[in-house]
Write a protein of this length. Structure first.
Length: 271
């Protein structure tokens, strides 16, 4: 009986080893197949796109970055894609991707600088309608950080608000009560503003209302029809605000200077 048990144990060990070994070989073969597979079948990486860009192979870089963005959005990918389009003199696509990078990372100074350089090369020069100073300041504050950072600021301020409230309620000294009361007011304001800024940026991400003109030129008309009166002409790279998105073939747009009109839907792309 002992010999039979020993033989059975040995057979079990050998079987287990063989299974493990075959699995390891299969994994190795699979890894080797992945490594030596054609580039078209392997998952692309950002480093490959960066390498193509450094080699001035901008067409390949664009293809790689576009493929990566289909798997998930990232501001750096949009930024690099914008740079690649800029190198191919496609200003409209460059501006579009710089704008998308700014939506995800509004405080990125490099993206903003390159966007301004690309905008300077566009044909249309629109003077925005002046806004009240505190509205302009508020918009600048919103752009300082992204939605996640503003959310963290809001949560931190709320926790400090609770701590200040505890200090005010449970301390017996007048000096500390004053500090607690001041903290309540300060962190209440910060928490409300931070959450509002986060909500504002989240709304822009979920419901984008701005677009970029992609065609070399587009005629803006008074009505959503080719027979509509010609109002003015826009050129590639111009940013517009979509006022009416209810129609499939036509969109009502508004410029920063207040001008309004209709353009074919295929002539613009939402940021």
């Amino acid at each position: 009986m002992r010999k039979i048990a020993l033989i059975a144990l040995m057979l079990l060990f050998v079987s287990s080893y063989a299974q493990t070994d075959s699995t390891g070989v299969a994994d190795t073969l699979s890894a080797a197949h992945t490594r030596f597979a054609p580039a078209a079948t392997r998952p692309l990486t950002k480093s490959e796109g960066d390498s193509a860009y450094l080699k001035s192979d901008y067409a390949s870089a664009i293809e790689i970055y576009e493929s990566l963005l289909k798997e998930g959005e990232h501001p750096e990918l949009y930024y690099n894609l914008g740079n690649s389009y800029y190198k191919t003199d496609n200003l409209a696509r460059a501006i579009l991707n710089y704008e998308r990078a700014l939506l995800l990372s509004p405080g990125n100074s490099d993206v903003r600088a390159n966007l301004e350089i690309a905008r300077a090369k566009t044909i249309d020069k629109v003077i925005p309608v002046p806004r009240i100073f505190f509205v302009e300041w508020g918009a600048a504050l919103v752009r300082l950080m992204d939605v996640e950072t503003w959310g963290i600021v809001g949560l931190t301020a709320f926790i400090l608000l609770l701590a200040s409230a505890c200090l005010y309620v449970f301390t017996g000294r007048v000096k500390w009560k004053k500090c607690g009361f001041a903290g309540i007011l300060l962190f209440l304001v910060v928490s409300v503003l931070a959450n509002y800024f986060a909500y504002s940026q989240r709304s822009k991400l979920l419901h984008p209302s701005e677009a970029i003109v992609l065609t070399p030129s587009v005629t803006v008309r008074s009505t959503p029809s080719e027979s509509g009166t010609t109002l003015f002409i826009l050129h590639e790279g111009r940013k517009v605000e979509v006022q009416d998105n209810s129609m499939r073939e036509w969109k009502e747009i508004r410029l920063e200077d207040g001008k309004v009109g209709w353009v074919p839907a295929e002539s613009i792309e939402v940021i």
